[in-house]
Design a protein around this ligand. Structure first.
Ligand code: PLP
Length: 453
């Protein structure tokens, strides 16, 4: 409506005058205004509808404005908006139960935070106190959050400017066959060599110094590299051998994104349920309540929780387990379970998006590789398929990438872009028809990529 357009323009002017944006030089910014969102769609400041293939920051797993989640937040707001973390609250208790029910093994206690970075901060603090060690190992090509500890653990260029070299963090290479660091030709080789490399880094850094190894079960923003079978089990074994805490960061991959509640479930043995890979700590956020109210947390194993039975846990937050956020989590998880939303992500991923992207890769010379699982897909764009030279440099942008992203938006699709990649990460409620519509737009936008190589 005309009123919405006027309100949108006013919001834009005020934003440019007063709002300081993340990860950006402020002067040249021209952020997109969003005035409305529903299901898999958002509406921009000009009133155009876009299919949201980003789920914003890969968090609106249940889609925008799901009526059951909105109703739960309204109901909770009318009942009790906020209460100190030291008091018992029914929304928080129930959210903790629903999360514990879904985490593998004996991860049955939950410490709530406001988001992913704080979850990582606390998981690392727990691991350090539990082991009495300081060092943390994490992957290159990873993202773990923007606060000091989390950004130092991060293995992506956003760390560089925030790294003072004293964080007690050591980075290693994980499996990534397309850009193999290990001269591997097969996933099997990549897996074996990546584990041997990690084993060696542990030996060189001093196993007795290492508090934790932290990994995204499927690295997200860094490129959606689904680990080869056996890799996460191998990491678990290395941790067990040296008494190292295994932290699975499921902030982006958790709560249905990969077609299972947690991505680490894909690492189970051949017969599925009987031989799970169980990390000691799982960090989560985003999909836990689709970001309707900020929420994150750490799911904690019985052994680590017991570390703090008699000893005080030295950490806390005013809003730990905030009633509005946890009520939103209860409604989100319950609705996802009742409406088969995780199963939908697995099915549409396997039947429509996966095959559709594979077809795009066959037809477009700018596509080096497509990879992913569930509703979690990356399109790796290259100037040259033979050399695999990326369409934008590592940590940078390029005119070519900007043009492809602009073309997606012009055609009615909001993509998630990072360096030389476009990610197809829509809400998990997406229908076959919507997924096909998104693929058709990507098909057209990739023509631009093909030409601008
Ligand atoms: N960990 C992972 C794997 C993430 O993808 C992110 C955010 O994208 C974070 C941690 C940080 O979460 P937040 O931005 O909520 O602090």
């Amino acid at each position: 409506s005309a009123a919405e357009l006027v309100a949108g323009r006013r919001a834009y002017e005020l934003d440019r005058r007063h709002v300081f944006h993340s990860w950006s030089a402020q002067a040249g910014l021209a952020p997109m205004t969003i005035t409305k969102a529903e299901g898999c769609y958002v509406w921009d400041g000009e009133g155009s509808r876009l299919l949201d293939f980003s789920s914003q920051m890969v968090n609106t797993n249940i889609g925008h404005q799901h009526p059951r989640v909105v109703a739960a937040i309204v109901e909770q707001a009318q009942k009790l908006c906020t209460i100190a973390p030291s008091h018992v609250n029914d929304a928080r208790s129930e959210a903790a139960r629903l999360i514990s029910e879904r985490t593998p093994g004996d991860l049955d206690k939950v410490f709530f935070t406001n988001g992913g970075a704080e979850a990582v901060e606390h998981a690392v603090r727990m691991a350090r106190l539990h082991t009495g060690r300081r060092k943390v190992l994490s992957r290159y090509r990873s993202y773990h959050g923007g606060t000091d500890t989390a950004v130092n653990i991060t293995g992506d260029p956003r760390r560089w400017a925030n790294d003072y070299g004293d964080a007690g963090v050591v980075h290693f290479f994980g499996p990534f066959l397309y850009r193999s660091r290990f001269y591997a030709d097969t996933q099997e080789q990549e897996c074996e060599r990546a584990l041997a490399h990690l084993d060696e880094v542990v030996a060189m850094e001093g196993p007795g110094q290492i508090a934790a190894i932290i990994l995204e079960s499927v690295p997200g923003t860094a490129g959606i590299m689904v680990p080869p079978p056996g890799y996460l089990r191998g990491v678990r074994e290395i941790c067990d051998r040296h008494g190292i805490v295994f932290i699975a960061d499921e902030v982006m991959s958790g709560f249905g994104r990969t077609g299972r509640w947690f991505a680490i479930e894909h690492a189970q043995g051949g017969d599925g349920e009987s031989d799970p890979v169980v990390p000691d700590l799982i960090t989560f956020a985003k999909g836990v309540n689709s970001g309707y109210v900020p929420l994150g947390g750490v799911a904690i194993s019985a052994e680590i929780a017991a570390s703090f039975d008699e000893r005080t846990y030295p950490g806390g937050l005013t809003y730990s387990g905030h009633p509005l956020a946890t009520a939103a989590a209860v409604a989100t998880i319950t609705t996802m379970a009742e409406e088969g939303i995780v199963e939908n992500a697995a099915r549409v991923g396997a039947e429509v998006i996966g095959p559709g992207l594979a077809e795009l890769a066959r037809r477009h010379p700018s596509v080096g590789e497509v990879r992913g699982i569930g509703m979690f897909w990356a399109i790796e764009l290259v100037r040259d398929r033979a050399t695999r030279e990326p369409l934008a440099p590592y940590g940078g942008t390029s005119e070519s990438m900007n043009t492809v992203v602009a073309e997606c938006k012009r055609l009615g699709l909001l993509p998630f872009a990072n360096y030389n990649r476009i990610h197809a990460v829509p809400p998990l409620i997406i229908t076959d028809e919507q997924a096909r519509a998104g693929l058709a737009i990507l098909d057209e936008a990739l023509e631009v990529a093909d030409r601008s190589r």
